[in-house]
Design a protein around this ligand. Structure first.
Ligand code: C5P
Length: 230
């Protein structure tokens, strides 16, 4: 596992998704399905992509009371996806309930926890979320909670990947969005790095959305990420 590029397929319809995938025939990239596409198309789009042989990270970031998250996780894990996630902010009990639920699937996905969103800045952490600890301390503490609850890794910024491996071990996956080429705009992300820097910092998977999906030649942008990261 690990050292791969996951494309964030943030599209509003299945047609747009399949149109995007056309030039990738034969490449079989790892895909991330998030809220936009899942809420628009539901489980059938996931089943169809699995049928076509794609590896899927289903990024719905569940965050609710433990019983509700566990019941929903049971349903989602039954889709046969490869990675699935919850918000670590939901706490250890919620994460452990999610872990127990995914374990009942025929092919249990790897369950990971979102630490702090890569759009959250240190300043926002203190002034809006009223978390007094530093970003690093918060992220490491959330990662340790995720590990204690039996999760297989976390979503974090590449900037935190090394520290998390140090705290939770090299087998504990770091899946890292917030990836931009040097010439790209940051957009709404704040804690960003390039694919090459993410590799240096020890990320296991990079998640890349707009730098690929919004590129003039998405296949070329994907190949560039693979070249720089893998
Ligand atoms: O377009 P961009 O590369 O910024 O997309 C990043 C993707 O990763 C989005 O789909 C976003 O929902 C997701 N993500 C994130 N930060 C997290 C967790 C997920 O940006 N902490």
């Amino acid at each position: 596992m690990g050292k791969d590029v996951i494309i964030a397929c943030d599209f509003p319809t299945a047609d747009k998704m399949f149109g995007f995938l056309r030039p990738f025939e034969g490449r079989n990239p790892y895909l991330k399905i998030g809220m936009e596409l899942y809420y628009a198309e539901g489980a059938p789009i996931v089943r169809e992509l699995k049928k076509r042989g794609f590896r899927i990270f289903l990024d719905l970031k569940l965050h609710d009371i433990p019983n509700t998250v566990a019941s929903a996780m049971k349903v989602l894990a039954g889709l046969g996806v490869d990675i699935i996630n919850v918000h670590a902010a939901g706490g250890r009990k919620m994460m452990a309930a999610a872990k127990e639920a995914v374990s009942t699937a025929e092919k249990p996905p790897v369950l990971i926890g979102v630490t702090q969103l890569t759009s959250t800045s240190e300043e926002m952490l203190h002034s809006e979320l009223l978390i007094e600890k530093s970003m690093e301390d918060t992220v490491i503490s959330y990662a340790k909670n995720a590990k204690a609850a039996g999760l297989g890794g976390v979503v974090c910024s590449p900037l935190e990947a090394g520290l998390i491996h140090k705290a939770c071990g090299n087998e504990f996956l770091t899946v890292t969005p917030g990836i931009r080429f040097a010439e790209n705009d940051k957009g709404d992300q704040t804690r960003v790095t390039t694919p090459a820097m993410a590799k240096q910092l020890g990320s296991d998977y990079i998640v890349v959305g707009r730098s690929i999906t919004g590129a003039a030649d998405p296949l070329k942008a994907y190949e560039r990420c693979v070249n720089d990261f893998c």
